[in-house]
Design a protein around this ligand. Sequence first.
Ligand code: SF4
Length: 931
Amino acid sequence: MSRYVVLDLETTGVSYAEGDRIIQLAYTVIEEKKIVKTFNTLINSETTIPAFVQQLTQIQTEDLAKAPSFEEIVPELMEDLNNSCFVAHNVDFDLHFLNETLEDTGYTPYEGPVLDTVELSRIAFPSESGYRLSELAENLSLHHVVPHQADSDAYATAELFLKISEVFRKLPRPALKHLLGIEHMLKSSLRPLLEEWFEQAEDAAGELEVYRGIALRKINYEAAENENIEADFNEVFADFQTGETISKVMPGFIRRSGQEEMINFVHQIFTGSKIGLVEAGTGTGKTLAYLLPAAYYAAVYKEKVVISTETIQLQEQLLKKEVPLVEKLLPFPVKPALLKGRTHYVCLQKVENLLDLSFQESYERMVSKAQIVVWLTITGTGDVEELNLADASDRFLREVSSDIQSCAGPDCPWFSRCFYQRAKKAAKAADVVITNHAMLLSDIVHESQILPSYSSVIIDEAHHLEEAATRHFGTQLDYASMAQLLNDFTTRGQDNVLEPWLSLYTPEMWKRCKEKIQQAREEWNDLFLSIYSYADKGAGRGETGDVSKVIVRDESWNYVLEAAHRFHAVFTEAVDELKKIELEISSDTSTGPAYKNEQTALDRYIHEMDDLHRKFMDLITHQQEDNVYWMERALKGPKQSITIFSSPTEVSQLLADRFFQKKKRVILTSATLTVNQSFNFVIRQLGLEDFEVETKVVASPFNWSEQVALMIPNDIPLIQEAGEDAYIHSIAQAIYQTAEVTEGKMLVLFTSYDMLRKTYHLVSNLLDDSYMLIGQGIQSKSRTKLVKMFQQFDRTILFGTSSFWEGVDIPGEDLSVIVMARLPFSPPSDPVFKAKSDKLKQEGASPFIKLALPQAVLRFKQGFGRLIRRETDRGIVIVLDRRIDTARYGKQFVKSLPDMPVHRGSIYDLETEIDAWLHKPLKESVYDGDH
Ligand code: SF4
């Protein structure tokens, strides 16, 4: 095949049968790897173009009047298609629509070979974030001048096809061989091309190697020698203070006295072997402030420093952005390493097994396998997060990623090339290991078997540590995991290798076992139906309105226990039967290596069953006194869509004994650690009361009194007095009036989804069409998507609940006002909050003073921190909850904020203040430091 017609259609809709027609047809002809012809025409289909299609394509109905009819252009099209391969981006649509049109006009439909560039780009570029033509055009620098116009789309698709071909052409033979084994399941007629490329390809050379039939990128992991580094901290720090070096590597760098204070503080804590808590206000530049002394300490004192962040994204940002900067600032090299949880790394043994499977598998799995084959020739990390898999199901991910149960360790033939082992080895040799709280806590749970040994640690976003520990020291189990495992095992499905094998190999034993598994499946269903009845009595909606949480604690739980014991009995019998089969197979020497994959799959099933059974017992039949148990239920899903959770009520002692006690140097940092200028709350939460800790507050360099004003309307009723409905009416009116002044640009923070939803409906009735009102759980649940929408449009108002109180970063003019609908106290029904409160009550302490208030103040500070993200931002925070003024504790909220003007008055009066504040020019420089 050497001639390709890359075609794109614009149509009035998606269904020819329902009267939709082609309005533009364009194609690009490729011969010998070059574009040799382009063809483009509007088509007069004697139809009216719907408004949204006109908007999308910029083609108006009147544009078609002078265009040729489809019949007029067919001869040229058919001539070009003759002896060519048909290529399109989403070939099913274009080819189907074209063929229906051809047939209807009396021509023979095209039946030659086809190539789909969506499918092929998935395989060739397995790490792309999306496969829409516009996304690929942007990321691969294709010419795509006018998206949604057929000529531009066809040209961009042709370029895309050439890039895809380039990737395939460079693949080594073993990779192409694997693709040839998968090709029959693809939409694209790729075989002739693959065969041609295979003939021309080499086995593997240069950066690639072949091991056990799989082509991989060579990774020469050589630990750099640990040189003796002699550098004086004061000299390094003095160089930083002059700003000379950093200005060269970071143009526009601004000196901040707070950042320098923090560098010194971290250095002192490290050299003095202590625990330090540092609250670094927004804009301090805290990452650099801890990274610089940490890297210095690690390299000079030969002491590994672990840095833990809350999220994987922050981990990546540290490694890719901040560490390279620090490397440029220091007069010696730094050896960083990033270590994620084991399941983030692909297991090469599992991949080998998967590629050997000769079963008919689903289309998505086959494409995913092809993606992995190509990706292994590129990846240096083996981190599955680099992949955008066609089958992104948990099940498939489990089938390809490393896990402790199925890992053969040093006996694995892939051990020396294993990505997880290499990441661990790199972490062992590194000065600075970047990890996340989940990993850090897993390491604590597994008694230091995951991270390399370390005594010095920096915990960023430390206000999350207690919550992360509560989650991590607990367990969870959902209905679907067990149901799916039991189902998949006994169903003769496309992807099940075991059922047909066991039916043939040990028919009698398998029959018995299968019966038990089916009974267990029924008991599991019954168990979750009784859990559903229990949960149905339960609590209100969660933060997105589609989940409810119910605490497990009263006597009717005994009915659930009866069903649980029935499940337990039959499930244990099923696992025993399965283990007998495993024993029978492993002692049969005649099987040899022929059933290696099946045996591995059987092992994996048994491990998974044991693992789920242990969780089931921990959560249902063997509950502990000092844990809290609860369930979360999807309100709109099937009855069994329930997950059961457990957590220790208190993690402070666990953290003290199992973590802080064992570390010599610890920095805990965040922008929000103090309540009422005191670290006491966080010290108590983290179990640091018996340790000697040093604390520091580094003030934000922003000029708050110039950049933010706090507004407190005094004509909003108190909810306790007026009732919820009146309160909601009142805040809806206030939000509307404020929006009229600010022209949107508002983030409204709620503490309950019900209130968000009710307020949303009222405000949407008040606003005219020029505003865009976006609600969490209304347009979307995804925070990223909602923030993107918020930034995309003018005059926008975004309503969010708890996950919006922090972590949302909207710098600049897009966000001018934050409205807090209520002070952010935790809902009293929250299971963990409730369990902690009950415990405090039993100890004779006030749950409000010791828990609810400090938690709310910290969250209030986080919500406030969303507004000003850089020195040129200016805005207003409006607190609609008058308890901030009327309640005795209200002062603590105001006192926890930096100094700024506070305006009180009726909403009507405040409108003028808001207008004046937002239009007041900002002073030129608001930094306290030199530039
Ligand atoms: S060592 Fe374990 S995780 Fe690594 S490839 Fe082998 S089985 Fe997989």
